[in-house]
Design a protein. Structure first.
Length: 241
């Protein structure tokens, strides 16, 4: 913890990559961990273009459940610590694999949402947007143009949002410190951002084994480790006092 704080104190540019573990303390399941989404669901059915084509109603039932869960969730202490840290560095970029919008709700600015978000849906034919506040009723699945509404998320086998990868990769390459928080770093291409910069100090924060090649590893949840680090940047202590 002291080494991580020291590395950050000497940094001008910081890049943060977050995954589902970042939001676990907000009550949201991870994907691959114990009790995660993919323990009880097939991603081929719920998070792929093929699954959507086979059974769009099933896909939307699942996403509507997640939309309701996200609306009830609140940013945790880890999200809030990152938001406070943003103004302490010359450049501070957060790229997230999460689609829950909790970073933005905590106050972080210009978050790069690598896998999209669940604030809106779009038409598969004309790209018309629709707010997903409250979810998508079954009778609004079909758009007036003949297309179907789908969530604005990146499914397996799809490209990342235009410009998102380029912005994140450049920020990672420019960073003095890379924080890898709450992600197993196995889903590509996003996982590559954890190790693309061989010059940076890579700090992993995850209670479970995750990113390979980290220089420093903190086996604590984000909501515990990040507030301690943020406090150390302000007052020079990591012991919680």
């Amino acid at each position: 913890m002291d080494e991580a704080a020291a590395a950050l104190k000497g940094a001008r540019s910081v890049f943060v990559l977050t995954g589902a573990g970042m939001s676990a303390e907000s009550g949201l399941p991870t994907f691959r961990g114990a009790g995660g989404y993919w323990q009880s669901h097939r991603f081929e059915d719920l998070a792929s273009p093929q699954g959507f084509a086979r059974d769009p109603q099933l896909v939307w039932r699942w996403y509507n459940e997640r939309i309701r869960a996200y609306a009830d969730a609140r940013p945790n202490a880890g999200h809030e610590a990152l938001a406070r840290m943003q103004d302490r560095f010359e450049r501070f970029t957060i790229a997230t694999q999460n689609v829950d919008s909790l970073h933005a709700r905590a106050g972080s600015r210009d978050v790069i949402e690598l896998h999209g978000h669940l604030r809106e849906a779009r038409c598969t034919k004309c790209e018309a947007p629709r707010s997903l506040e409250g979810g998508l009723p079954d009778d609004e699945l079909h758009h007036t143009c003949g297309g179907m509404m789908r969530p604005c998320v990146v499914w397996f086998g799809e490209q990342l949002p235009e410009g998102a990868w380029e912005r994140a990769a450049q920020a990672a390459m420019d960073a003095d410190v890379v924080l890898v928080v709450g992600t197993s770093a196995v889903v590509y291409p996003a996982a590559a951002l954890a190790s693309v910069n061989e010059r940076a100090c890579i700090i992993e924060i995850n209670p479970d084994a995750g990113a390979a090649g980290a220089h420093l590893t903190i086996r604590e949840p984000a909501g515990v480790a990040l507030p301690r680090i943020e406090r150390a940047l302000r007052v020079g202590r990591t012991d919680g006092r």
